[in-house]
Design a protein around this ligand. Structure first.
Ligand code: SF4
Length: 245
């Protein structure tokens, strides 16, 4: 991209972060996950299936699947081959089928068939990492957590909300800078903003509701600093002349 540099976004102040969330909240007053689920178990399964897949693709597969297997016991009865038939349209389906059956078995063996309200127990489930655990803790149990997926990671680093090289580092900074009132919706606001506006290749800065607050140096339509200085110098003499007239 012409004029693109590798400069990092300037870190936002707490006041700017609050203003950014206020604008995202205004644009999407009722943010929700776009994954379909009917109970905590199907939420865990849907999130586990969504790694490197679109929510729409996952929903197409889980609609019919959850009608016949909405509990760990029913999922185990369906079996790995039966489950695989339902999720073959989703990337990495072989591994995901294995993991979903194994996590169902673990829920039955260790948690009475219930999804535990406990981070360590969730992260111990096959195929469940910190991100999935955060989504489940927030969605199913109302905890204030911020799951950092690829969209949240990009948006946080671009806007200046956080500056981190790993999802864990970004999560820690987001938890600090996000005002308490916005903690519950933060994950959804950032993910939806990344999915539809601050997209990976060419962010839609010209229609972005947080454009004035975001400090991404390569904002679309933003002049790189050097070019802005050069064009300001060029304009100066004619401005001076105009004054003399
Ligand atoms: S101004 Fe551009 S880079 Fe900044 S958040 Fe909006 S879309 Fe993303």
């Amino acid at each position: 991209m012409p004029g693109q540099t590798n400069r990092r976004a300037r870190k936002l102040t707490r006041a700017d972060a609050a203003a950014l969330y206020a604008r995202l909240a205004e644009a999407r007053p009722d943010p929700r996950t776009e994954l379909d689920y009917v109970n905590p178990f199907t939420l865990v399964v849907a999130v586990a299936l969504s790694a490197q897949a679109t929510d729409k693709g996952v929903n197409r597969a889980t609609g019919p699947l959850f009608k016949i297997a909405d509990t760990p016991q029913k999922m185990i009865a369906l079996g790995e081959a039966g489950l695989a038939d339902h999720i073959k349209t989703i990337g990495l389906w072989r591994n995901k089928a294995k993991n979903v059956i194994a996590l169902s078995q673990q829920l039955v063996d260790l948690h009475g068939g219930e999804v535990p309200h406990d981070r360590a127990a969730l992260e111990a489930l096959p195929g469940v990492g910190r991100k999935t655990a955060n989504v489940v803790l927030a969605e199913a149990f109302g905890e204030a957590t911020i799951a950092v997926d690829t969209h949240v990671f990009r948006v946080a680093n671009r806007t200046g909300l956080a500056s981190g090289k790993t999802p864990d580092a970004v999560e820690a900074q987001l938890m600090k800078i996000t005002p308490p009132d916005y903690l519950h919706g933060a994950h959804h606001w950032l993910i939806l903003h990344g999915r539809y506006v601050c997209v990976a290749r060419t962010p839609k800065c010209l229609v972005c509701p947080v454009r004035e607050i975001c400090t991404f140096p390569q904002k679309t339509g933003a002049q790189p600093r050097a070019a802005a200085r050069a064009s300001a110098k060029k304009r100066a003499p004619s401005g001076a002349k105009a004054k003399k007239r």
